[in-house]
Design a binder for this molecule. Sequence first.
Ligand code: WT7
Length: 653
Amino acid sequence: MIEKKQVFKPNKEFAKVANIKNMCEYYELQESAMEDYEGFWGDAAKEKIDWIEPFTDVLDESKAPFVKWFGGGKLNVAQQCIDRHLETRKNKAAIIFEGDRGDIQTITYLDLYKHVNRFANLLKEDFDVKRGDRVIIYMPMIPEAAYAMLACARIGAIHSIVFGGFSSEALRDRIEDAEAKVVITADGAYRKERPYMLKPVVDEALEGKTPVKKVLVVERNNEDVAWVAGRDYSYNELIKDKSSVCEAEVMDAEDPLFLLYTSGSTGKPKGVQHNSAGYILWAQMTMEWVFDVKENDTYWCTADIGWITGHTYIVYGPLAMGATTVMFEGVITFPDAGRPWAMVEDHRVNQFYTAPTAIRVLHKMGEDEPAKYDLSSLKVLGTVGEPIDPPAWKWYHEEVGGGRCPIVDTYWQTETGGHMVSPLPGATPIKPGCATLPLPGIMAEVLDPATGEKSEVGETGYMCVTRPWPAQIRNVWGDEERYITSYYSDVKKDGRAVYFTGDGAMYDEDGYITITGRTDDVINVSGHRMGTAEVEAAIKKHSNVAEVAVVGKPHPLKGEGIFAYIVLKEDEGLADEVEEVRTINNIIKKEIGNIALCDDMVFVSGLPKTRSGKIMRRILRIIAKGEVVTQDISTLEDPSIVATIASKVQSCS
Ligand code: WT7
């Protein structure tokens, strides 16, 4: 059994040619950033970005925590990702797409240039999309989704992708919050060789009053869909006569590039705003450092573009550096749990990046599958989204990576834009389940929230970032107050508010950072953030629900599952409960989507509350785990409720 503390040194052959070859190089970089922070980032930005006009100022903190990077600089992110590669890479594959039914498309940088420009012209000419307009993208994993993102970037429109698994209500909320005037979608796509639909969800989301004027529909599966005349247009038709030349809008370094909604501990999802230059710089730098992608490599990240991982590490990062990125439509365990390994063999994938949830499922469903394929092309394996447990790590390392590939356990968030704490594959000795050290330039520290001092070894503290970094969230869309309260009001260091991630973390004796999980009421389901308040709000829509509290519970595959304690207004016993579960599940599907369905729903007679009426979630989490409550519960309004709930949970499990 691999122990958490076991150390695996980098592969020597790999390290020789890596971008960062050893720990000395790492420490030199990190020290240079500490000594001259602006110099470090200014040099990086000069070297990595093809500026249309150079920046005059590196970092402006005068209105902190609202920060500005690379003031005066002008660029276009689509040019950074495409045009600048044409001279040397026009015939290189930019995107290799593998569809659900095994259909493959290779899109070169020149192809990508043309697709994106035509798309951009379409948005401008037929949809009147202008610089600064918000465009919602509700798309399956098809190349047109990437074209849509880059087309927005080319004309200076701000895209906001909504994950295809979100419901019409969730989509409506995001459309309204972003005040989007256009939605780009598809009729649907394929999953397990069968069509599934997206357009009907958009139709529902747009019912009634909506800021959306027009909908662009990519015809992917050609199933019948409703069509609203004057609102809905076929991409496949309109794109035909579009020019493949489209001048790129000259954007300021700090012009918004995209919004991506993510769950917090309270209220509705927040529109995390990322701006142009800083984001693309860090996306590119982390690709080069953390995945060590070389000119002829093929890189594959299995995420969905609906999440930040898909934004930064399927589209923007790989393309900014001129890499070949694999894009996959479908289900990773279909037709069997050998699918990803077959794809690694077929495309000679060199870097493979996925979530611990996927690794656990692939391990469980296909322990021996990797051995059936030639995985010798693999050089770096990555994980993201949640802590990886030792058995999954061991299998990934030995069976998938053949013991020779470093695993980069990348810790970051929607708000950070790119990796924050991660091993460097040619330098950092790795430990299973440990994100190791802050990347060069990133001042990530585990702090004691009470003192703002670095936490002691072995003590859980707050995972913070004590200096601004280029790819950081700039604002919560339309809500400056929420930006400050969500990220800059929990921890102070030397009297200054610092960015708090919401995660707990711990240093070990080597100074390595292990993430211990959220400190707030956010649940991490399969590496995706789910706000308890959101799920509770959905459940409360059922007229027979009096009260509800939702907590996370450890789940063998998903990391965490959702556990709901529900007090019904009228409880007519067991027969009734089965029906209520069905009703509530339907409501959750409609309000949020299948990803928020509860793993457990227990009907209780009351919730544990303090005298001031605050629900004690800590106690509910303990009961959900099946553990005995040993905490002092005397401050509760009704301490006897704890035993009642615990016995109900026991009888249900
Ligand atoms: C939250 C961010 C990062 C892109 C995907 C999820 C958790 C992320 C790790 C890791 C342990 C991790 C944190 C974080 N998380 N990476 N390597 N080890 N936990 O993005 O939806 O914004 O979620 O995921 O709790 O705050 P997200």
